[in-house]
Design a protein around this ligand. Structure first.
Ligand code: HMG
Ligand code: MG
Length: 299
């Protein structure tokens, strides 16, 4: 397999990043963040989620965030929708692409979305049906593809079972979430060796939280398997409210820097992206989690 020449970066900072912030972030600041990312050339941004606002209060204003954004050709602004209610809210907000999210482990499924894996898949069916009726594309996530904070190690077979179910119900892509960032290049090799026996690399994305500092190595390994879609979060924002001690996603700046060095294009202006990372870090009053952002800091 040859390494892809172009990679699609899925920017999840406004959702995966901000969902985990303890201090409230205003709707206006969220919109400014997303507009900055668009200005930097990011073409796919997960801008919010339509989950129970009591479970994740930071995403309660996602409808207002979407109302304040203008889409344009070549730009996708997507949202998480855990069930039909979330999908309907997303449609009212004018969202054009959504993602459903399952887990490869039962423990995380229960904690995150309050149901078993099988129940979650059943909840997605009406979402897929409604999305199909409206011509809305649906991405699928699988959390805990290597390890689970409640159940421990997760076998590739478990990921395979869930990914097949998501593809069968109509997800165009499955993003493989190392939610707690425990995976190494060895884990990703074993996982991709298993998954790619049945499905092609262009059906998968990788979503690496960087808790153990392995994310770039895991992304590099995934590129060698032909994976050409990488999720990342500007300034390495975030974590998961249901995975204690899990840090944010790999920083978008670090991914773009690495890809540029490998001669792989993303269409993103790294300097502008670094500026966005600096602004959001200042706004949140915390240091950036991006090594590149730190190295290029102007303050
Ligand atoms: P539930 O309690 O099983 O649902 O929640 P329910 O149907 O029994 O409803 C309970 C209450 O929630 C009801 O309200 C519903 O109306 C309301 P009440 O009658 O009590 O007033 N409700 C909703 N309200 C607004 N929007 C909705 C919605 N659904 C129900 N869509 C549910 C199930 C999944 C909704 C809940 O557990 C939830 O919202 N969990 C939050 C999950 C979440 O956002 N987690 C973080 C994102 S996932 C992630 O970060 C991982 C990822 O990044 C990949 C990786 O890193 O691994 C994607
Ligand atoms: Mg995540």
């Amino acid at each position: 397999m040859t390494i892809p020449q172009r990679v699609k970066l899925v920017e999840v900072g406004p959702r995966d990043g901000l969902q985990n912030e303890s201090a409230p972030v205003s709707t206006e600041d969220k919109i400014n963040l997303i507009e900055g990312l668009i200005h930097a050339g990011v073409s796919y941004i997960e801008a919010g989620s339509f989950v129970n606002p009591r479970s994740v209060p930071q995403m309660a204003d996602s409808d207002q965030v979407f109302a304040g954004l203008t889409s344009s050709p070549g730009l996708t602004l997507a949202a998480l929708t855990p069930n039909l209610k979330g999908f309907q809210r997303a449609m009212q907000a004018g969202v054009t692409e959504v993602a459903v999210f399952a887990s490869a482990s039962e423990g995380f499924s229960e904690k995150n979305i309050n149901c078993t894996i099988a129940e979650s898949l059943a909840r997605f069916e009406p979402v897929m049906q409604a999305a199909n009726d409206r011509g809305v594309a649906v991405r699928g996530y699988i959390s805990c593809v290597v390890g689970c904070p409640y159940d421990g190690e997760v076998a590739p077979q478990q990921v395979d079972t869930v990914s097949r179910a998501l593809f069968d119900m109509g997800c165009y892509e499955v993003s493989l979430g190392d939610t707690i960032g425990v995976g190494t290049a060895g884990h990703f090799k074993r996982l991709l060796d298993f998954l790619l026996r049945q499905s092609s690399a262009d059906k998968f994305a990788v979503h690496c939280h960087d808790t153990y500092g392995q994310a770039l190595a895991n992304i590099c390994t995934s590129l060698e398997y032909g994976i050409a879609t990488v999720d990342a979060s500007v300034a390495g924002l975030g974590g998961c409210p249901y995975a204690l001690n899990a840090t944010g996603n790999v920083a978008s700046e670090d991914v773009v820097y690495m890809l540029e060095g490998m001669g792989i294009s993303t269409g993103i202006d790294l300097d502008r992206l670094i500026g966005v990372g600096q602004s959001i870090s200042e706004l949140l009053g915390k240091p950036t989690n991006s090594n590149v952002g730190r190295a290029r800091s102007t303050s």
